[in-house]
Design a protein around this ligand. Structure first.
Ligand code: ATP
Ligand code: MG
Ligand code: MG
Ligand code: MG
Length: 442
């Protein structure tokens, strides 16, 4: 596609007029929910901004800006998982019922499993989680040695759960992205070390995203095992109830607790404070629950077969994205963790026919220059070329979409020492900077 006449320096991929972001920033009222589904701020904002589009209950189109953000989130997750030795793989979503019957979870999962039959009448489910599938894989390797452990395998794939009440957009879908990691260790002690190292990686991940998550003791549910923690992001619409002690490190999901929700069971002097949270991650120490059943063994120091000790660790990838928007945004405007904003900078050229019209060229050049001098921002700077609209209107849109930096190229860009108006979304600050000043800031 040839770039439009007006934009010689900027390819069509970076022109706001060409982005497939079917936004309804002005049209949709606060009550833009699917019939019968409960909605929330992040869902409304994401639909209005053309980030997601509802398909059927609990299923969404992830539109291009969301995919960009997801790819960035996946990159950060990959970095943190690989830093602790995680190796990425990709397992089938179509899972044989035999595995699930062997672990006795076929019935236990009940209606939450999406079940189907193939042409031969064999039962399958669409993977809601992969303990059975990954343990079968590891069991297959008869030569696994203690020297190769701990083994940490993870994937980032779609999961399918027939939730009784899909709601809140990407926060509770029936089809969603999860990062699920599984660890295999030589002993309980080693497995607990691995468990702690994954919890550390989760804490670093959330810190990098600027999300203040709380690690709380949790129920092991139908995954099983004996030790479990959730990473809860405090939010009004959170469906979990979390108790945190004011005096010690105790924090737990109310699902684990005795009925006493006031006195801390750990220090016994502290008072518990209850708040709502969104579960964005969950870690489990599984012991031998699956490795015993599927015979996932390794050869130990004495060269004898021994059963591996397992852990499993989930992160709700699409849920993290929506939860971040939920807690960071205002009612009107999306705010992202800087690391995962779909685009980092939006440049606004002057309105066509206005006094500053000539500065349009400076705006295009600016997009080009940023990419040239800051390779990290290549493809991250968009030009809002809808110059039939006033600066004010486009500024409002840019504010609602939450680009971390918005640069207005107006009258001041035509002066002898050209200056650009820069709005930093995170701090709300507005600055007038020279080109070099802007490059320094970015
Ligand atoms: P919830 O209690 O919210 O139903 P869960 O405990 O059933 O979640 P896990 O089995 O622990 O979920 O899955 C790991 C992670 O996957 C969760 O911590 C959450 O972040 C994410 N997740 C689970 N269900 C959904 C869903 N329906 N939509 C989006 N993300 C989900
Ligand atoms: Mg659930
Ligand atoms: Mg839960
Ligand atoms: Mg859970």
């Amino acid at each position: 596609i040839p770039p439009s006449n007006h934009c010689r320096h900027v390819g069509p991929a970076l022109l706001v007029s060409r982005l497939y972001q079917p936004s309804n920033l002005r049209d949709l009222g606060p009550d833009s929910r699917l019939p019968g589904e409960m909605s929330c701020k992040s869902q409304r904002l994401m639909q209005q901004a053309g980030l997601i589009h509802p398909s059927n209950p609990g299923c969404y189109y992830y539109l291009p800006a969301t995919v960009r953000s997801m790819e960035k989130l996946v990159r950060v997750i990959d970095q943190e998982m690989q830093a602790i030795g995680g190796q990425k793989l990709d397992m089938p979503s179509l899972c044989s019922a035999d595995l699930w019957k062997t672990s006795e979870r076929w019935d236990l999962m009940g209606k939450e499993l999406f079940c189907l039959k193939d042409r031969h009448g064999a039962d399958y489910c669409l993977g809601p989680t992969h303990e059975e599938v990954v343990t079968t894989l590891v069991a297959h390797q008869t030569t696994l040695s203690y020297r190769q452990l701990p083994l940490l395998l993870y994937q980032i794939t779609r999961k399918f759960r027939d939730e009784p009440k899909p709601k809140f957009g990407l926060l509770r879908g029936r089809e969603f992205y999860m990062k699920d990691m599984y660890s295999f260790d030589v002993s309980e002690e080693a497995a607990r070390e691995t468990y702690d190292s994954v919890c550390g990686a989760y804490a670093r991940l959330f810190a990098r995203l600027g999300l203040r998550c709380v690690q709380v003791q949790a129920d092991t549910g139908n995954i099983g095992g004996t030790l479990s923690h959730e990473f809860q992001l405090p939010a009004d619409i959170g469906e979990d109830r979390v108790l945190v002690c004011g005096s010690c490190s105790f924090a737990a999901n109310t699902e684990t607790l005795s009925p006493d929700r006031t006195n801390c069971p750990q220090c016994s002097t502290g008072t518990l404070v209850e708040s709502k949270g969104i579960e964005v991650g969950h870690t489990f120490y599984l012991g031998r629950k699956y490795s015993q059943i599927f015979k996932a063994t390794f050869s130990n120091h004495q060269n004898k077969p021994a059963v591996t000790e397992m852990g499993c660790y989930g992160l709700g990838v699409t849920r993290i994205l929506a939860a971040a928007i939920e807690v960071m945004s205002t009612e009107e405007a999306i705010r992202w963790p800087g690391l995962i904003a779909p685009y980092q900078v939006c440049v606004l050229p002057p309105k066509k026919g206005s006094k500053a019209d000539e500065a349009a060229v400076q705006a295009e050049q600016l997009v080009h220059t940023v990419g040239q001098f800051l390779p990290r921002l290549r493809g991250e700077v968009v030009l809002d070329d809808r110059t039939q609209m006033t600066i004010g209107k486009r500024l409002k849109d840019a504010g609602r979409l939450g680009y971390p930096y918005v640069v207005v190229v107006g009258q001041a860009a035509l002066e002898e020492m050209p200056k650009f108006e820069v709005i930093c979304q995170q701090t709300g600050e507005t600055m007038f900077l020279s080109k070099d000043g802007l490059l320094d800031l970015l």
